[in-house]
Structures are given as structure tokens and as C-alpha cells.
Design a protein around this ligand. Structure first.
Ligand code: SAH
Ligand code: DHB
Ligand code: MG
Length: 231
């Protein structure tokens, strides 16, 4: 009989996904004082707990490492957790430019980045990301971009970052699955419509190949869209 996984297992829940993340992380992720401080300090300063998971952060770090990335761009800093993950995958002379609208969040991120000893690598730019992106020179392209701010503007971020990304560079978008709601035709909030428009843009763009990496873990069922600029 054909292998039919969806019929062989009961549906699992975020409790089991969290157990699984914790189990795998216990083997794969050494304790990281700077990242732990970042989460604790961010919570203490009232930031919402919406950073990427530890496992997702490690993926960003490994991606920067395997690419030999020296220049990373991030849209949506919050407390700097994912920016630090990217920085940890880069050499000492690497640069992470991370964009944040909210000056109070940017301030908390600066504290966390300083605590990690990475202030010379990670630069937080306060302001609305589209304005900042429009001001960046194309002569200094990025190897990798992580896009994790307002989901409604994801199509705009794709268009603005494309000319800032080197050939062979990668854009990674967070929250593209949203507990499968992005694929639910009945669900019409702007938060999912932005992802749908992004998918359509990538479909129509011959310069990109992309795949969605769905993740069920401590942050729920969600996913990264992983898009490589091939031309
Ligand atoms: N990448 C972070 C989490 C980012 S949460 C991490 O994983 O650690 C999304 C952030 O995007 C929020 O802090 C929010 O203030 C910011 N944001 C929302 N709209 C923005 C905009 N137009 N420009 C810049 N940042 C924005
Ligand atoms: C939210 C934003 C995120 O980037 C995320 O990963 C999870 C939740 C939010 O705005 O609720
Ligand atoms: Mg996110």
C-alpha cells in the first residue's frame, strides 16, 4: 500500500511541536548567553514574544555561514534576536543592517547587541523600512536578506530589496504559512493577502527560484519562504 502519512498519524498540536523543538535543540543548540539575555531583556522591556524560534535562528545563522555572507539586511529588528543570529554566522568584519520602525524597540535591540559584543557588526536603522530601503546604494549589495516586518508590505519589500541583492543572494521571508491560513481561500485579512501577493510576484519573476520551508514548532505552524536570486 502506498505511504500516506496524513492518514497514519493523529494531528499533533503546538504542545508536541514545542516538545520536538526542545528535544532537537537539546542536541543541536549549545547554550548561548547573549541570545538568552536578548529574550529575557526584551521581555522585561515589554516587547512581544515574536522573535524567530531558536531553531529558526540557528537556520539563519547557518545560512549566513554557508554563503560566506559578509553583508546581511534585515527588515524588522524587534529586540535584535534574529539580527544576532545572522551576525553569529558572519565573520568579524561582517555587517548586518537591520531596520526598525519603533525607536523604543530599536533601543532595546541596541542594548542586546551591545551585551553580545556585536555593536560593530549589527547596525540598527530606525525609520520606516521602505524609506530606508529606497535610500540604500545598489553599489553595496547584500548576500542575504531576512524580511520579518509588516506582512502587508512583503510584496513591496521583495521589489525594493531585489536590486540590493547580489546574484546568488537569498531573501528569506518569515510568517508565510500562518497556520495554513495563507492557503485558506475563505481567509481574507491583509496579513495573509500580503503573503499571497508575494507568492504571485515570485511566480512571475524569472530571476528567482524559491521554496517554502514550513515549520511546526514552539512558534506554531508557520514557515520561511526561501528565495534565491539566480539571475
Ligand atoms: N526579526 C525579529 C522579529 C521582528 S517582529 C526577530 O526574529 O527577532 C517585526 C518588527 O517589525 C517589529 O518590531 C515592528 O515594529 C517592525 N516593523 C513593522 N513595520 C515596520 C516598518 N514599516 N519598517 C520597519 N520596521 C517595521
Ligand atoms: C507577529 C509577527 C511576526 O513576525 C511573527 O513571527 C509572529 C507574530 C505578529 O505581529 O503578531
Ligand atoms: Mg516573524
Amino acid at each position: 500500500m502506498a505511504h500516506r502519512p496524513s492518514e497514519e498519524f493523529e494531528a499533533t498540536t503546538v504542545v508536541q511541536w514545542t516538545r520536538s523543538d526542545n528535544y532537537h535543540n537539546s542536541f543541536l543548540l549549545p547554550a548561548d548567553e547573549a541570545l538568552e539575555f536578548t529574550l529575557k531583556n526584551s521581555e522585561a522591556k515589554g516587547l512581544p514574544p515574536i522573535a524567530v524560534s531558536a531553531a529558526q535562528g540557528e537556520f539563519l545563522r547557518l545560512q549566513a555561514l554557508v554563503m560566506g555572507a559578509k553583508r546581511a539586511l534585515e527588515v524588522g529588528t524587534l529586540g535584535g534576536y534574529s539580527a544576532l543570529c545572522l551576525a553569529k554566522g558572519m565573520p568579524e568584519d561582517g555587517k548586518v543592517l537591520t531596520l526598525e520602525l519603533d525607536p523604543e524597540r530599536a533601543q532595546v535591540a541596541e542594548e542586546n547587541i551591545a551585551h553580545a559584543g556585536l555593536s560593530s557588526v549589527v547596525q540598527v536603522q530606525v525609520g520606516s523600512a521602505p524609506d530606508t530601503l529606497n535610500s540604500l546604494p545598489r553599489e553595496e549589495p547584500f548576500d542575504i536578506a531576512f524580511i520579518d516586518a509588516d506582512k502587508t508590505a512583503f510584496p513591496l519589500y521583495f521589489q525594493l530589496i531585489k536590486p540590493l541583492l547580489r546574484k546568488g543572494g537569498v531573501m528569506i521571508f518569515d510568517n508565510v504559512v500562518q497556520n495554513s491560513l495563507v492557503s485558506d481561500p475563505e481567509w481574507k485579512t491583509i496579513r495573509v493577502e500580503g503573503i499571497r501577493k508575494l507568492l504571485q510576484l515570485i511566480k512571475e519573476d524569472p530571476d528567482f527560484r524559491a521554496t517554502t520551508i514550513g515549520t511546526a514548532g514552539e512558534k506554531g505552524y508557520d514557515g520561511f519562504l526561501y528565495a534565491v536570486k539566480t539571475a
